[in-house]
Design a binder for this molecule. Structure first.
Ligand SMILES: [Zn+2]
Length: 308
């Protein structure tokens, strides 16, 4: 079997989030948008990317969670309050991913501003997924909807609706941007489905560093065998490592997916111990490129981007 086949779905997902503005709160004064443009704050970089794809150059978009930072344990800095106080719209994932930032936003938002929880709107509670990294007893569902292109489109549509409502003069542009995004995301979903059809039966199994593929796996027919990062986001205990090694052997997992952003010597050691291929050139919660690098809209070419 061609080993690339197992890599492509993750690479394709990467491509979906690999574009768009990744500005941070530190460049809150950056120009380039029209006078009077909506000021839009976002949290994690995939959300910033989706909002940038729809808003284009008509809105002033500022991402709060810096790249290379664990979004699940992120605590906003005091200066983020200033950005949140200026924002007209604050797009967050919700599903309890960014509670500290949400609290800061609620405490500082100006009159007329609004918070839109994209994931909370997109996902009915009956479809929440709880798992080893997001156990039900802790009350936080797995929040990673955006690694599934179909949910990314839903997010983009919600962004389109909200931007059009607040800025009707540019509604046609937001609609066009959304449609362009949808075309690329649909192509990506189709490419993943076509590609994964060539993976031998029973081998659509995911072992990852971070447990970010629950909804993708459900909709695309993959089985999430495990993730090395426990619910505490600390390093796993020896017992947890032992259990995962056992699972990998029992399930016959062909590849373990690490993360370029969060190198994991533990995952590497597990791969060595089990003799399974270790692929750590991909990313999930974060975007490629230098942190804070200028926006490089590439929606027309995103679907053909491959892993670096
Ligand atoms: Zn995550």
């Amino acid at each position: 079997m061609n080993p690339r086949l197992l890599v492509l779905p993750a690479a394709a997902l990467l491509a979906l989030t690999a574009c768009g503005s990744t500005s941070t709160a530190s460049d809150a004064s950056s120009g380039g948008t029209p006078e009077g443009a909506l000021v839009v704050a976002t949290t994690v970089s995939p959300l910033t990317s989706i909002v940038a794809a729809v808003g284009g150059d008509k809105v002033d978009i500022q991402g709060i969670v810096p790249e290379g930072v664990n979004s699940h344990t992120f605590e906003p800095a005091p200066q983020d309050a200033e950005l949140l106080s200026k924002a007209d719209i604050i797009f967050v994932n919700g599903l309890k991913l960014e509670d500290p930032t949400l609290a800061l936003a609620e405490a500082n938002m100006k009159d007329g501003a609004e918070i839109v929880e994209l994931g909370t709107i997109a996902l009915p509670e009956s479809e929440y997924i709880y798992d080893f990294s997001f156990p039900k007893e802790e009350g936080k569902p797995n929040p990673h909807l955006w690694t599934d292109p179909t949910y990314a489109v839903e997010y983009a549509d919600l962004v389109r609706q909200k931007l059009s409502e607040r800025d009707p003069a540019n509604a046609a542009e937001y609609q066009a941007n959304f449609e362009a995004f949808k075309v690329e995301a649909d192509k990506l979903a189709e490419a993943v489905r076509t590609d994964q059809a060539s993976v031998p039966d029973g081998q659509l199994k995911l072992v990852t560093y971070h447990d970010a593929y629950a909804y993708f796996a459900k909709n695309f027919g993959w089985t999430v065998v495990g993730a090395i990062q426990p619910s505490s986001f600390d390093e796993p205990t020896p017992a947890e490592v032992g259990a995962l090694i056992e699972q990998i052997r029992t399930e016959g997992v062909p590849t373990i997916f690490g993360s370029e952003v969060f190198p994991s010597p533990v995952l590497e050691a597990i791969a060595a111990e089990t003799g399974v291929r270790y692929e750590d050139s991909l990313r999930d919660d974060d975007l490629p490129g230098e942190p804070g690098s200028p926006s490089t809209p590439c929606w027309s070419s995103c679907a053909t981007t491959t892993a670096r």
